[in-house]
Design a protein around this ligand. Structure first.
Ligand code: FNR
Length: 366
């Protein structure tokens, strides 16, 4: 169909299922085991309701924000997802260009199909990019990637901490991995018989621990955040380790089955920090990702204390179906949804939304 007829992020998913290669679809759409956590990510948002306010002069609304010091058009970012060329032959640079047009932050994945340079070159001046980092057991390789990113203007590092071993994504494992167009940075691709995820991830250091975080601070001045934190105890450790934030995430339901949704963990984290008089935490941002398909989902997370929300699959599906224009359309849809939702909630700007504007009993808010 004509791109103008695509009205929601869900539409891209339905279309992607129809037109993508079976391998690409299996890699993007799969979750771990029985995909219960993956489904819960979306369902958790559907159990949270708004408590809107009326008569608040919402003639003009503003959903722009600042993330880790960088101004951006809305409180979302493109999260890091591997293997963009399984969806579109040009790969992640299409996400970069769409992000540049819409002033959205892109988190560059370690395991992109495009090279780091290609994604950095595709950015417009002043465009903000972050780097998702899988830590190689060979630290000098990891150090090289960090140094290159920092020199070339990447603004933050997100160390993925929820994948010391890859989850079982059975749809993907049934496929054999061949991705001829790919320039995956990490060359030690093995185990081609067990799907894309296993083929590309064998270098990840499963011995990584809290003690290692000090080393990262010696090799870079960039803010460092941990992606994949899942309980308040680890948020306290991240603060103590001098991190600049966390992403409460279960990797889109692709890692530990029965991990809780990011939004539910967010409620736990904020309430434990408040109990300790630690909220808000200075120079520390709490983001979440997983299952976000509407601006209303994002606003629920913002109300509950997140500074931003990462979106993964919907942008991949938009890219796979309509290329860069699809991703731009997905971003425009989100912007239109933000505008309408802020008006109907009665919040002229993001800072006007707080926990009193949601009924989140289902995820533990009392
Ligand atoms: C991911 N994700 C991910 N995370 C990460 O830290 N490194 C990676 O290489 C990848 N790769 C990846 C590939 C694909 C196809 C998907 C769907 C996801 C996880 C990603 O950053 C994020 O946590 C989830 O995608 C968020 O959930 P939604 O928005 O896809 O529901």
């Amino acid at each position: 169909p004509d791109l103008a007829e695509v009205l929601s992020l869900h539409d891209f998913e339905h279309l992607a299922n129809q037109i993508m290669s079976r391998k690409g679809w299996a890699y993007y759409s799969s979750g771990a085991d029985d995909e219960i956590t993956m489904r819960e990510n979306t369902l958790a948002f559907q159990r949270i309701w708004f408590r809107p306010r009326v008569l608040r002069n919402v003639k003009t609304v503003d959903y722009s924000t600042t993330l880790l010091g960088a101004k951006t058009s809305m409180p979302i970012y493109i999260t890091g997802t591997a293997l963009g060329k399984l969806g579109h032959k040009e790969g992640e640079v299409l996400l970069t260009r769409a992000a540049g047009k819409h002033d959205v932050i892109q988190m560059i994945p370690t395991l992109a199909s495009c090279s780091l340079d290609e994604m950095l070159d595709a950015a417009v001046p002043g465009q903000t990019q972050w780097l998702q980092l899988y830590v190689n057991a060979n630290r000098s390789l990891t150090q090289k990637i960090i140094e290159k990113a920092e020199t070339r203007g990447v603004k933050a590092l997100f160390i993925t901490v929820d994948a010391p071993q890859l989850g079982r994504r059975e749809k993907d494992m049934r496929m054999k991995f061949d991705d001829p167009g790919s320039k995956v940075q990490e060359k030690n691709v093995v185990e081609r018989g067990q799907g894309a995820a296993r083929a590309i991830s064998s270098f990840i250091d499963s011995s990584l621990s809290w003690e290692d975080l000090a080393w990262f601070k010696t090799v870079t001045k960039l803010p460092i955040l941990l992606k994949g934190v899942q309980c308040y105890e680890d948020v306290l450790l991240a603060i103590k380790a001098g991190m600049q934030g966390v992403v409460l995430s279960n990797h889109g339901g692709r890692q530990l089955e029965f991990a809780r949704s990011g939004i539910e963990v967010l409620v736990e984290v904020v309430s434990e920090l408040k109990k300790r008089n630690m909220w808000p935490v200075p120079n520390f941002e709490i983001m979440i990702d997983g299952g976000v398909r509407r601006a209303s989902d994002v606003l629920k997370a913002v109300a509950l204390g997140a500074t931003a929300v990462g979106i993964g699959r919907p942008f991949l599906y938009a890219m796979s179906t309509y290329g860069q224009e699809g991703v731009e359309q997905a971003m425009q849809i989100l912007k239109d949804e933000f505008e309408m939702n802020l008006r109907l909630i009665g919040a002229p700007k993001l800072s006007d939304i707080g926990p009193e504007m949601v009924d989140a009993k289902s995820v533990g808010l009392h």
